[in-house]
Design a binder for this molecule. Structure first.
Ligand SMILES: *Cc1c(COP(=O)(O)O)cnc(C)c1O
Length: 370
């Protein structure tokens, strides 16, 4: 195989332990698996996470939940995105747990559950400042009451989502504190109405590392578990590694160019290695001339444009003179633990590690190491 993704489940396990230790033993863990577990492979990741003691799994939509159920995973699955009414019969039959934000959908859910003759658990989502899904704080108690009053529905939890919890800028810390204050107020208003809110949860990775008061009954850290902590003082271990192979080594003379656009010219006679990995695999073209790969423990700069299916590295003028030099068919690490990682790449590109790992093509073979 010309490129492959190695998923270090041992690091996932370490990150899960670290997150649990941080939150404390009484706090449940929900593992976000949206976007195929941030590109890592939802099924192996969920199996490993459940083995490590995770209580809940979460995906964006029903298709992703169906993959888990079809694989025989019976753990509770939250649906983070707004589900569609036509998906409700499946949700009820598979005991998925939608996050709901409004009365209209609660009524649709009640009708679907009644129709199937099967009760449905819901989590009520409250918008305390994310400005995306969720009801307004002041509507929460009435909606919780609506769920509690319905024989076919039960309120299994209450959730909110934090918009800037991964930032330590003073104004962002204050904003998160205000979100959490509003959320506590909502919890009280629901309890005051004599309704049990179920599991109360708010913490994404930023909440986990920077806001202890967000831990509540359950944490839902995603990127932290995949190895990228917002807090450099509380690091996690990257789980994904991307590898390719040197399939060709060629001589390039001083002044000659390589690849499209002729963006790199050899400053001296040198040797260039060709790797069959490009932007189609999710390796960002914007890293052209701005990345290194590791081969036999040494780092070599990427040269020229990243192509759809190829990229090139400069092996140097003296290539071939040492026993330790790169050989044809050698493996090359593109990124991974202990090397340049997705966060380093993201920083150069003005994006976030999430986008790098999510974009690694799902069709590349994944090897799971434990
Ligand atoms: C993605 C997501 C998370 C996890 O976020 P991270 O930043 O990866 O920790 C938690 N909750 C919800 C609702 C999400 O959509």
């Amino acid at each position: 195989m010309q490129a492959k993704v190695i998923i270090h489940l041992d690091n996932l396990y370490k990150n899960i332990q670290a997150a649990r230790k941080k939150a404390g033993p009484a706090v449940k863990l929900c593992v976000p698996l949206k976007a195929d577990a941030y590109g890592h492979g939802a099924i192996p990741v969920s199996r490993a996470a459940l083995e490590a003691g995770a209580e809940y799994l979460a995906v964006a939509g029903v298709q992703e939940a169906a993959e888990l159920r079809d694989a025989g995973i019976s753990a509770p699955v939250l649906l983070f995105s707004q589900a569609l009414p036509e998906e409700l019969p499946y949700i009820v039959s598979q005991e998925l747990i939608p996050l709901v934000s409004d009365g209209e959908f609660i009524e649709e859910a009640a009708a679907a559950a009644k129709n199937a003759g099967k009760p449905l658990r819901l989590h009520l989502k409250v918008d305390t400042g994310m400005g995306r899904l969720g009801c307004r704080s002041e509507e929460a108690a009435a909606l919780a009451g609506k769920i509690a009053a319905c024989d076919w529905l039960s309120l299994d939890g209450l959730a909110t989502h934090l918009a800037v919890s991964d930032s330590t800028r003073p104004e962002d810390l204050a904003y998160t504190k205000e979100q959490l204050r509003r959320f506590r107020e909502v919890v009280s208003s629901i309890k005051d109405a004599g309704i049990k809110p179920g599991l109360v949860h708010a913490a994404n990775s930023g909440g986990l590392v920077f806001h202890e008061d967000s831990h509540l009954d359950m944490i839902r850290p995603g990127i932290f578990l995949y190895g990228y902590s917002p807090d450099p003082e509380f690091p996690a271990e990257p789980v994904m590694e991307l590898r390719s192979k040197v399939v060709n080594i060629k001589k390039i003379k001083k002044g000659e160019s390589v690849s499209y656009g002729r963006t790199w010219h050899a400053a001296e006679d040198t040797f260039v290695g060709v790797l069959p990995l490009g932007y189609a695999a999710g390796f960002p073209r914007a890293l052209s001339n701005n990345h290194s790969v590791r081969i036999r423990g040494r780092d070599y700069p990427l040269v020229g444009r990243v192509c759809m299916e190829h990229c090139l590295v400069n092996l140097g003028p003296n290539h071939g003179s040492l026993e330790t030099d790169v050989r044809r068919w050698d493996e090359a690490v593109i990124f991974g633990p202990g090397f340049i990682n997705a966060a380093d790449m993201a920083a150069k590109l003005g994006t976030i590690s999430y986008e790098i790992t999510c974009n690694i093509n799902k069709h590349l073979p994944r090897e799971f190491s434990s």
